[in-house]
Design a protein around this ligand. Structure first.
Ligand code: FES
Ligand code: FES
Length: 208
């Protein structure tokens, strides 16, 4: 699973993780609930008799606190399911290959690239998109500090920032850079983005 250093482990980030892993491996954690661990009896059984999903499958996803029933093909990504089937259009498709972060959503609080995550693997998990965030928090800080130009990257940055501040309410500039390094801004608004993250952290600390 591409993580935005959500566990806040020093020395490890989404970008670091992707450097050393294939995209298929990157989605392994989220698909874990439907794929048995390799060493288990279930995994051996699954290897001997693999379950093949075909056609449309009915799934239920918990999106922004609401259980949403939807039919998808097993190959359907979480991003496609959110945008095209559930009309949740905050996460954006830009690279569609797990390298830009525009499609970032939170799954159980962890930022992931929804363009490389299968929707079927997200059942039973809590999915949050920026539509559910308090506008007066991180989003308004991005506006205040001009943390966007074309805006394509902004939903991903806001989402990654939200996750970062949850795990680290008092980040340094280096923490912010590391926490957001799974996201790319082609317009180069990094100074505004970093300032927005630091300012949002300060405002949230005052509220607490
Ligand atoms: S659209 Fe998913 S990482 Fe770029
Ligand atoms: S504001 Fe244009 S890509 Fe970031």
């Amino acid at each position: 699973m591409p993580e935005n250093d959500s566990k806040n482990k020093p020395g490890h980030s989404r970008r670091d993780f992707l450097r050393g892993s294939s995209l298929a491996a990157a989605s392994a954690v989220l698909t874990a609930p439907v794929v048995a661990p390799p060493e288990s009896a279930e995994a051996q059984q699954a290897q001997a008799d693999p379950k093949i999903l075909a056609g449309n499958v009915s799934i239920s996803l918990n999106v922004n606190g609401e259980n949403r029933a939807v039919e998808v093909e097993p190959r359907c990504t979480l991003l496609d399911t959110l945008r095209n089937r559930l009309d949740v259009t905050g996460p954006k498709r830009v690279c569609d290959r797990g390298s830009c972060g525009a499609c970032t959503v939170l799954v159980d609080g962890d930022p992931i690239y929804s363009c490389t995550t299968l929707a079927v693997g997200c059942q039973g998990h809590k999915i949050e998109t920026l539509e559910s965030f308090d506008e007066a928090g991180v989003p308004s800080s991005f506006v205040k500090h001009d943390g966007l130009m074309c805006g394509y990257c902004t939903p991903g940055f806001v989402t990654a920032c939200q996750a970062l501040l949850k795990t680290n309410p008092n980040p340094t500039l280096d923490d912010v850079k590391k926490g957001l390094d799974g996201n790319i801004c082609r317009c180069g608004t990094y100074i505004g983005v970093f300032q927005a993250a630091l300012d949002a952290a300060k405002a949230l600390r005052k509220e607490a």
